[in-house]
Design a protein around this ligand. Structure first.
Ligand SMILES: [Zn+2]
Length: 116
């Protein structure tokens, strides 16, 4: 699933195991075969993630609970404390009350994972 810049629609990076808090390690090269680098250092947090093309933040600033909404090649998603919530019906709205998986136990690895 690729992150698409909210501001300029540039294809920023391939995502990997998105979760909160976001880190640069969750965004890798969108085209490693052609040497395109990952956009950010693996250790940075969302405050330091800017689009390589337009220099704006490529996703919406976090909601008070930390939820971050971003545009991807699979549609709009919300990265929440409980996992990823997709815009299932494609109407541009995300129902954060529905489809949220329960908080994972310590033994479970990932729930509601929609990464390719
Ligand atoms: Zn951009």
């Amino acid at each position: 699933m690729k992150l698409i810049c909210h501001a300029c629609k540039y294809e920023v990076a391939e995502t990997r195991d998105l979760a909160l808090p976001l880190t640069g390690a969750m965004f890798v090269s969108r085209d490693p075969a052609h040497g395109v680098p990952a956009p950010w250092s693996p250790v940075v947090t969302w405050e330091y993630m800017f689009c390589p093309m337009c220099q704006r933040r490529p996703f919406l600033d976090p909601a008070p609970d930390g939820t971050i909404i971003m545009n991807t090649d699979s549609g709009i998603i919300a990265v929440t404390q409980k996992g990823i919530v997709k815009d299932e019906d494609g109407d541009g709205f995300i129902d954060l009350g529905a489809g949220v998986a329960p908080k994972p136990s310590k033994t479970a690895t990932k729930v509601a994972k929609v990464n390719k």
